[in-house]
Design a protein around this ligand. Structure first.
Ligand SMILES: [Zn+2]
Length: 338
């Protein structure tokens, strides 16, 4: 008998919301710590990955990225991530690189990105197609966000297909980002943003109407606003849903204005069946102790049938920033395997 997980593992899959720095498994973090002569034992690492709030999560992300200091470090984590993706039969991934964190630490973003691309090549030869998105950190301010946007445009010819803003959503009004988003769009980049994760429905609405974002990271605030749900359907704006992430960071409980939320409270089935374009992703698979296959299992626990899971998985190819020919070829492969 084939289990659901085995069945899903065999499907060729795409993943569209995945942070490179959030993919560092504990063993790799220990390796990086030893490399920089700050040895960490397994218990210290486990404690780092154990947090109970959105702030706690941002703090863990900060401490993990503090061990990324050289292009070689970025090469190592890229190699590990691409191996994991291949093992799960992911054939296409759009990986978010926190160029903002690199800038903050006064690193050479171009050198780091060159090392990342180089480290990804063996996996690409084995059938994993990758595209990159540069992410700025909202709480670092507008001048910082502009610098990341210019770098994303500059490296567009080397595989950066999108620009986004992440971090603390409450730090800057969404509207203030409009000129930055106009700039990246004018240079042919796709527009992403983390919105409505812990922020209000209005943040998602402005991301769609003012910034012209094509996909929204999370956007679960829409569960509080039926008009926003209608707007997402009308614009065809895609929500990148990451159920485990929303539980681990407490974002879902915050949106529900409760102290705690469980998987059953996640709006994935409601959004999916209402016709909102949604894709399923891991966000930070190591920090949330998950995998893409596990997220599909979560969706099954939420009541999605195998047929619905298949439609959901196909959505990741449809919503991908891929040239049309490549998209059609991947969808054909997907259908043949299912
Ligand atoms: Zn994210």
């Amino acid at each position: 008998m084939t289990t659901l997980a085995q069945r899903i593992a065999r499907w060729p899959k795409a993943e569209l919301h995945l942070h490179l720095e959030g993919s560092i498994r504990p063993a790799t973090l220990c390796e990086l710590a030893a490399r920089h002569r700050q040895p960490m034992d397994a218990e210290t690492v486990a404690a780092l990955y154990r947090y109970h709030s959105f702030r706690g999560f941002l703090n863990a992300f900060k401490r993990v990225t503090a061990l990324l200091r050289t292009p070689d470090d970025y090469a190592l984590i890229t190699q590990r991530l691409t191996e994991e993706l291949l093992a799960q039969n992911v054939i296409y991934a759009e990986v978010i690189v926190s160029a903002g964190v690199m800038l903050r630490r006064q690193q050479d973003v171009e050198a780091n990105f060159a090392a990342i691309c180089e480290a990804a090549r063996p996996a690409e030869r084995r059938g994993l197609r990758l595209a990159w998105s540069f992410d700025a950190v909202r709480q670092f301010g507008l001048a910082h966000i502009w610098r990341v946007a210019r770098l994303a445009v500059q490296l567009g010819s080397q595989g950066v297909v999108a620009f986004g803003v992440g971090g603390d959503e409450t730090a800057l009004p969404t509207r203030s980002l409009q000129p930055v988003y106009e700039f990246v769009a004018a240079h042919g980049l796709h527009r992403l943003i983390h919105a409505g994760e812990i922020g209000p429905p209005s943040a998602v609405r402005e991301a769609v109407e003012v910034l012209g974002c094509e996909r929204i990271g999370h956007g679960i605030a829409a569960l509080r606003d039926p008009h926003l749900q209608a707007l997402l359907i009308e614009h065809g704006t895609v929500l990148e849903l990451c159920p485990t992430s929303n539980l681990r960071t407490g974002a879902l409980a915050r949106q529900l204005r409760r102290r705690k939320a469980g998987l059953r409270d996640h709006p994935l089935p409601q959004f999916f069946r209402a016709g909102i374009p949604v894709v399923l992703a891991t966000d930070d698979p190591a920090l949330f102790e998950t995998t893409l296959v596990r997220e599909y299992e979560q969706a099954a626990r939420l009541g999605l049938s195998v047929g619905e899971l298949r439609r959901l998985a196909a959505m990741s190819f449809r919503a991908a920033f891929l040239p049309e020919r490549a998209r059609r070829a991947m969808l054909r492969r997907f259908r043949a395997a299912c």
